[in-house]
Each structure stands twice: as C-alpha cells, then as structure tokens.
Design a protein around this ligand. Structure first.
Ligand SMILES: Cc1cc2nc3c(=O)[nH]c(=O)nc-3n(C[C@H](O)[C@H](O)[C@H](O)COP(=O)(O)OP(=O)(O)OC[C@H]3O[C@@H](n4cnc5c(N)ncnc54)[C@H](O)[C@@H]3O)c2cc1C
Length: 401
C-alpha cells in the first residue's frame, strides 16, 4: 500500500485487523444468518478502544482524526460489514454532529453513551422525503418552554437497538411560522412519544436493524435542541456539513468489503486448479484481478483523501461525494468479480462472497444515492445550486407541453 502511515496509525490499523480477522470474522456469517445485532462485537470494539475514537479527549475519547477511524472501519468491514458500520456510527455521523454543534451537557451525555457502547441513530429520511430531505414533514412545534414533535422516519439504522437518536424536524414558532430544520436529541425508552414501528426486511447488512420510527406528541425541552434552525436553511446546512463524515464512513465500509472480497479471490485463484494449473495463470482472470486492484487503489486514495480533508472540521463536501460515488459503485463491481473467481462456490452461502455481494449493494443508496451525490459533485464543479430541488422539478413539470 503506497501510504505513509505513521507508526501510531499502523499500530491502530494492525489492532483493528487482528480483531477483524479473529473474533469478528468468526461471527460474521452468524450475524447475517440470525439478523441479531452483534453486541459481543460492540464489547470487543469497546475493549479495544475503537468506539468513540474521534470524540475529543475532554469528553473521554481519543480525539483521533477521521483517517484513524477510516483505517479501523476498513479493516473491520473486510470481515463483517455490520461491525464496520457500528464503527462508522460510533465515530462519525450523529456523534460527530453532537460533538460539533452540541452544548457541553449534550456533548457529555452523547460521548458517555457512545463510549459505553451505544450506536446513535440519525433520523432524517421519511417515507415521502428521501433524496429530497428538505421536504421532510416531521415537525417540532414550540409550545411555551418545550417542543412538541410529531412525524415519522423510516430506514433508520439501529432503530430498536440505538438509544440516542438525533432527529431532524422542521421547527415552527408559536404562530405556526416555519423557522427551518433543527436537530434534536431523544433517548429511546426514556423519551415518551418515540416508538419503533417496524423493522425492514433488508437484502443485506442484516445484523443491524433498519426501522420505521414514529414521534407522537413527543415533548422535548429546549436543552434537547442540538442544531438550531438558525433561519430557513442554516440548520439544514449544518446537518449536511456533519453528514460528510458519515458519507466518508459509508464509503469506507464499501471499500473494506471490496478489499476483503478481493483478498479472498486472490488467494483462491492460487489454490484452485483447472486445466492442470492455478486459475490465476489464465489471462482472463489475471486481468480481472488487476482491474480489481486498480479500482481498490483509486477508491482508497479518494476515501483517505476525503478523510484527510476533514482534519480539524468535517470532510470536504465535494471530496466526500466523489469518494462515496466512486467507491460504492466500484465496490459492487469488485465484489461481483471476486464472486465470479470462485465459480459455483462463490454462489454458496458456505462462503462469505454472497453475503458481501448483498451487503455492498447498499452503499450506492444509503447516505445519499450515487445519483444525488453526482448532483452534489456537479453543483460544486459548476459553482451553483442546480435546479434539482422541489420547486425546480414542479416548475419543469408545469412547463411541459
Ligand atoms: C440500509 C440503509 C440504511 C439507511 N440508514 C438511514 C439512516 O440511518 N437515517 C436516515 O435518515 N436515512 C437512512 N437511509 C435512507 C437513505 O438515506 C435514503 O434511502 C436515500 O437518501 C434515498 O432516498 P429514497 O430511498 O427515498 O430514494 P428516492 O429519493 O425515492 O430516490 C429514488 C431514485 O431516484 C433517484 N433520484 C432522486 N432524486 C434525484 C435527483 N434529483 N437527480 C437524480 N436522481 C434522483 C435516486 O438516486 C434513486 O435512484 C438508509 C437507507 C438504507 C438503504
């Protein structure tokens, strides 16, 4: 790997790899089969100091950089993508938003919960507001000295296992005027009005629930507001800024899965013989392996570069979007090719390739689809907001002959 990692980073990576190749790999198939959240692995991560690494030291974390988290997530995801995702969401996403925008009390509470093993849930998507998150209808109404939240979210990772929830809602003043999108903290089983409605039956990543969550007259004190609306678009901009870390994390899980699949294929291509020689002596497979390694190297460079761009803040929006689009799409191709190298065995549930193929498929969707992220890239390149907004589409439809 042509990377100048410091001795500290190499040792962190080695620690994560040891865990990944040992106990995490040993349980990955069972996690998939039973669809049970791997609490054992959470404890392993906790003991190894791999939860909440990016949390600043005054709050009990290690104040590590995004790249440190990325190295750990990549290593874990090569063995078990669910465990890799747990490492994402205990180091990036909701926790990083709270650590950036929260009050002292909020930061302490969130840090304590994550360091104790909670994977916070981030609640943005709604049945009618997916890619267009700004169309969310979950609302938080100011009523005297509290907010009353009503609405529904779906595809919330960790719904039913996560305790801490970072919930985005449109905030309205006492007169019913919209103030913009705000982010609130609530705790499952402690905040009345928050309920888990149902779990989605997913194609892959089955060890971590995706759930629909409802808020019915959920009352929150002002101290629950982490990201104030700050005018119509500012709270939403804060959310998107923080989300760049989650995007880098999602890209890293895809990278890790692809790397794991590639290594399995490389090894098998040496051991499997047909026509009296190892199958990697056939040029058709050599080129496949070469292409896989080229795609991996390019994806890794993009992901690491995006992570580094966030030193001292959040990763750059353009770099995070480029990394996620390229890595998620190429990871699908790499895993598919790796499965092909195994022939029929790759199609069997006795080997991890079919699980990897199901798991990796998610990453062009969750955390911003590849199409929407291409819009982000184009918008950044062209230096303008593109008309892929609700108003823009409605106008275009009206103007159609
Ligand atoms: C496993 C998983 C975990 C998830 N976890 C979470 C979570 O923890 N929290 C959370 O809030 N959400 C989560 N999501 C939801 C995810 O963020 C959304 O699925 C995603 O934003 C897309 O929304 P949608 O599914 O409604 O698709 P839609 O928005 O309905 O899109 C459908 C299709 O249209 C395309 N499309 C839409 N708009 C445009 C456009 N302007 N230009 C071009 N193409 C467009 C999309 O790319 C897609 O191909 C998760 C999703 C998955 C699959």
């Amino acid at each position: 790997m042509p990377l100048d990692l410091s001795p500290d980073r190499k040792s962190l990576q080695a620690r994560a790899r040891e865990l990944a190749r040992g106990p995490v790999a040993a349980r990955a198939a069972e996690v998939d089969r039973t669809e049970q959240y791997p609490w054992d692995n959470v404890n392993l991560l906790k003991e190894a100091g791999l939860l909440g690494m990016t949390i600043p030291t005054p709050y009990g974390g290690q104040g590590r950089a995004w790249l440190d988290a990325v190295l750990v997530i990549e290593a874990l995801s090569a063995a078990c993508s669910v465990t890799g995702r747990i490492a994402v969401e205990t180091n990036m996403g909701a926790i990083s938003a709270v650590m950036a925008y929260g009050s002292e009390d909020q930061k302490r509470m969130a840090a304590d919960m994550v360091l104790a093993g909670d994977k916070p849930a981030i609640c943005i998507t709604e049945p009618e507001a997916g890619s267009d998150a700004s169309g969310m209808t979950t609302r938080a109404d100011r009523r005297g000295n509290r907010f009353v939240v009503n609405g529904k979210k779906h595809w919330i990772t960790g719904g039913g296992v996560s305790r801490l929830h970072l919930i985005f809602a449109k905030v309205y003043d006492e007169q019913g005027n919209e103030e913009g999108v705000g982010g609130f903290l609530a705790i499952r089983d402690e905040t009345p009005g928050l309920s888990i409605v149902k779990r989605e039956p997913t194609m892959g990543l089955r060890g971590i629930p995706e759930a629909e969550i409802a808020f019915e007259d959920m009352e929150l004190p002002p101290s629950a507001l982490v990201m104030p609306p700050r005018g119509l678009n500012k709270g939403f901009a804060d959310l998107m800024n923080a989300y760049n870390s989650q995007r880098v994390g999602a890209a890293t899980v895809a990278l890790g899965i692809a790397d794991g699949a590639y290594r399995l294929a490389l090894d098998w291509s040496e051991r499997r013989e047909q026509f009296g020689r190892p199958i990697n002596e056939f040029q058709g497979l050599q080129w496949k392996l070469a292409d896989m390694s080229i795609r991996l190297a390019a994806a890794r460079a993009l992901v690491y570069g995006a992570a580094r761009s966030g030193d001292g803040g959040f990763p750059d929006m353009l770099l995070a979007a480029q990394a996620k689009v390229f890595t998620s799409e190429n990871a699908i191709a790499i895993v598919n090719d790796a499965l092909q190298v195994f022939g029929a065995r790759g199609y069997s549930r006795n080997l991890p390739l079919e699980r990897m193929a199901r798991d990796v498929r998610m990453f062009t969707i969750g955390g911003g689809t590849a199409e929407v992220l291409r819009n982000v890239v184009a918008g950044a390149l062209l230096g303008k907001k593109l008309p892929q907004t609700r108003d823009g589409w409605a106008k275009a439809a009206d103007e159609r002959p």
